[in-house]
Write a protein that binds this ligand. Structure first.
Ligand SMILES: NC(=O)c1ccc[n+]([C@@H]2O[C@H](COP(=O)([O-])OP(=O)(O)OC[C@H]3O[C@@H](n4cnc5c(N)ncnc54)[C@H](O)[C@@H]3O)[C@@H](O)[C@H]2O)c1
Length: 272
């Protein structure tokens, strides 16, 4: 058994969506475990704020203002990380989520869906995972070492109503995770691993209004989710950190191509 079973000390990690709710918690968790973290997100103000917050805690972080759908910007971000830290050990593909236009309203049906918005939500989640992997895993392939963790959702195996494009894209991310795990292991050796985490439901900026009303009471949709969660609550973002560190550490050396649910039992529950 290797020493320092769960250590990711001094590893260089890039977290897309690292200025968001779940990505921010994962970035902080990795940094507290000793990793150097590149906070990659689209909005400079949010990225800089997150980096300043981590630095104020004595943690090592750098800003990477970048759109996950823009290959040139991703390549520039890769160069920035290489110039500063000289390697890339970990990639977390967290940027993503639903887009309001791609949500079918309570009074609408499938035929009211905007196909343009469907395309956009699939692109953000699926291409927004594939493209950063394409750019950053090239460095891992050169190093013959690295860990990639994608973010799926419980909506992949059990699609939620109203969010057809989001659910489909997350299912595709799980498929891509397995495909890429095989590709990396077969062509670049056993030290490049690709896995995914499937969070249950966590209150974020994007879904707050779908789950809680203006008085912070559960909406009907929020109540349905809690009723289907054996632990009877939403997740706390910091509850993703354990799985995140484990998947990147020597403790997961023989683990690739899996999806880890962190969902309070949501996917285990048949509903009765
Ligand atoms: N919150 C939940 O309950 C939940 C559950 C399962 C999965 N997820 C997934 O977790 C991830 C993070 O969700 P969150 O709730 O933290 O959302 P969030 O909105 O707080 O974070 C997403 C971040 O991604 C960034 N982003 C969006 N588009 C981008 C782009 N094109 N390029 C670069 N950055 C971009 C946003 O600026 C934001 O900082 C998403 O992939 C989401 O689908 C969330």
């Amino acid at each position: 058994m290797k020493k320092n079973l769960f250590s990711i000390h001094d590893q260089v990690a890039i977290i897309t969506g690292g200025a968001g709710v779940l990505g921010g918690a994962i970035a902080e968790g990795l940094a507290r475990a000793g990793a150097k973290v590149g906070i990659l997100s689209r909005t400079a103000e949010k990225v800089n704020k997150k980096v300043a917050d981590l630095k104020s805690q004595g943690l090592e972080a750098m800003p990477l203002v970048c759109d996950v759908l823009n290959e040139n910007q991703l390549e520039a971000a890769r160069q920035n990380v290489m110039d500063r830290w000289g390697r890339i050990d970990i990639l977390f593909n967290v940027a993503g989520g639903n887009l309001s236009g791609a949500t079918i309203g309570p009074e609408q049906n499938f035929f009211d869906l905007s196909i343009k918005d469907f395309d956009a939500v699939v692109a953000l989640n699926l291409k927004g995972t594939v493209l950063p992997t394409y750019v950053f895993a090239q460095q891992m392939a050169e190093q013959k070492r690295g860990s990639i963790v994608n973010i799926s959702s419980v909506t992949a195996p059990r699609p939620f109503t109203r969010v057809v494009g989001y659910s489909a894209a997350k299912a595709a991310i799980e498929n891509f995770t397995k495909w890429m795990a095989v590709e990396m292991a077969q062509k670049y050796g056993e030290e490049i691993r690709v896995n995914a985490i499937a969070p249950g439901v966590f209150i974020g900026e994007q879904n707050r209004r779908l789950l809680l009303d203006e008085h912070n009471e559960l909406t009907a949709r929020g109540r349905t989710i809690i009723d289907h969660t054996p632990m009877k609550r939403f997740g706390e973002p910091k509850e993703l950190i354990g799985a995140a560190v484990w998947l990147c550490s020597p403790a997961a050396a023989f683990v690739t191509g899996i999806v880890v649910p962190v969902d309070g039992g949501f996917t285990a529950f048949g509903g009765v």
